[in-house]
Ligand binder design. Structure first.
Ligand code: UFG
Length: 325
């Protein structure tokens, strides 16, 4: 199978390309390198540097390579930034995704996987959060993914574009060669590991007055390889119809538990400073993965936070400056 991967130079995209190639797929990466890294692109993938805002560029790429499926990772992805710069999300994420979908339909690409988000569930009625939970986007970012999900729904009905929407909870971890390298870094696990590497003095805990057992926010961390494998299963499942899944392990860890795990893995004391709540952070996000487990036989290979942090730590030790070496 030939797969076009937008954002294949980014964190989750580049690991998914690695897994696709390991499964024997041929891969074309389309990425503007705005956040991605050229060095993260698998050497066996065809690389096209291009921007989804350029409808002609993506159309030409799809016409030339005729992929069987598309995985769409390229996106602005930060909840906080989406409040500061809403048009990057409500316009760029949406229009860029639509350019891609239009080319997919025009060239008869019948399989489309969308990177979606747990930020669709700002006010869940039930924990763990199953894919059937009502959607309440928590930010302009979450709304941009909700709009893309709705567009796919109508394009399936109108044009037969089979798709899967995968709502990630908190991606983390690394392979031997690919890991998390954002500028600026905002995610908890890489920031904590930068403290252990001596690159930061401390980690600030964003609030300890939440309604959780230790007062800090609880998140469902999922290893990036398990996410990648879910994409591949989903791509192959689409003959049976379009689908939506929430992707996490179904187990939550608090910010304090993450820091404690990182202390055990790294042997570093990792000093903390208490800070105020970060606006927009829900207290508790844990995924219900019953649907993808039952329908696709997906099981997380990395079941515990410790295993996930160990892989991230190995990558950060081997790449202390990320991809800039
Ligand atoms: N946190 C800290 N200190 C930090 C950084 C983070 O205490 O320096 C806390 C946050 O408050 C949060 C937890 O660590 O409680 C995890 O924060 P991350 O920034 O690592 O991840 P988020 O849960 O905010 O974001 C993730 C994805 C988003 C997605 C969101 C859904 O990265 O793409 O989940 O809510 F939209």
């Amino acid at each position: 199978m030939k797969v076009l991967v937008t954002g294949g130079a980014g964190y989750i995209g580049s690991v998914t390309v690695e897994r696709l190639i390991a499964h024997g797929a041929s891969v074309v990466v389309f990425d503007n390198l705005y956040q991605g890294h050229r060095a993260a692109v698998h050497p066996d993938a065809v690389f096209v540097q291009g921007d989804l805002a350029d409808a002609a560029a993506i159309d030409e790429t799809i016409a030339r390579h005729q992929p069987d499926g598309i995985m769409h990772f390229a996106s602005h992805t930060l909840v906080g930034e989406s409040w500061q710069k809403p048009f990057l999300y409500l316009r760029d994420n949406v229009v860029n995704g639509l350019n891609l979908m239009e080319s997919a339909v025009r060239h008869g690409v019948g399989r489309f996987i969308l990177s979606s988000t747990a930020n669709l569930f700002d006010d869940p009625e039930r924990i763990p959060i199953e894919a059937t939970e009502r959607i309440v986007p928590g930010s302009p970012y979450g709304e941009s993914k909700h709009i893309l999900e709705r567009e796919l729904y109508w394009l399936d009905r109108a044009c037969g574009l089979r798709h899967a929407c995968l709502r990630y909870f908190n991606a983390c971890g690394a392979t031997e060669t690919r890991g998390e390298d954002h500028h600026p870094e905002t995610h908890l696990i890489p920031l904590v590991l930068q403290v252990a590497l001596g690159q930061r003095e401390h980690i600030t805990i964003f609030g300890d007055d939440y309604d959780t057992p230790d007062g800090t926010c609880i998140r469902d961390y999922i290893h990036v390889v398990d996410l990648a494998e879910a994409h591949i299963l989903a791509l192959h499942s689409l003959d049976g119809g379009s689908r939506k899944y929430n992707l996490g392990t179904g187990r939550g860890y608090s910010v304090r538990e993450v820091i404690e795990t990182a202390r055990e893995v790294t042997g570093h004391p990792i000093p903390t400073v208490m800070g105020p709540r970060r606006p927009g952070d829900p207290a508790l996000l844990v995924a219900g993965n019953e649907a993808i487990t039952r329908e696709l036989g997906w099981r997380p290979r990395y079941a515990t936070l410790r295993e996930m942090v160990e892989t991230a730590w190995r990558w950060h030790v081997a790449h202390p400056q990320g991809y800039e070496e």
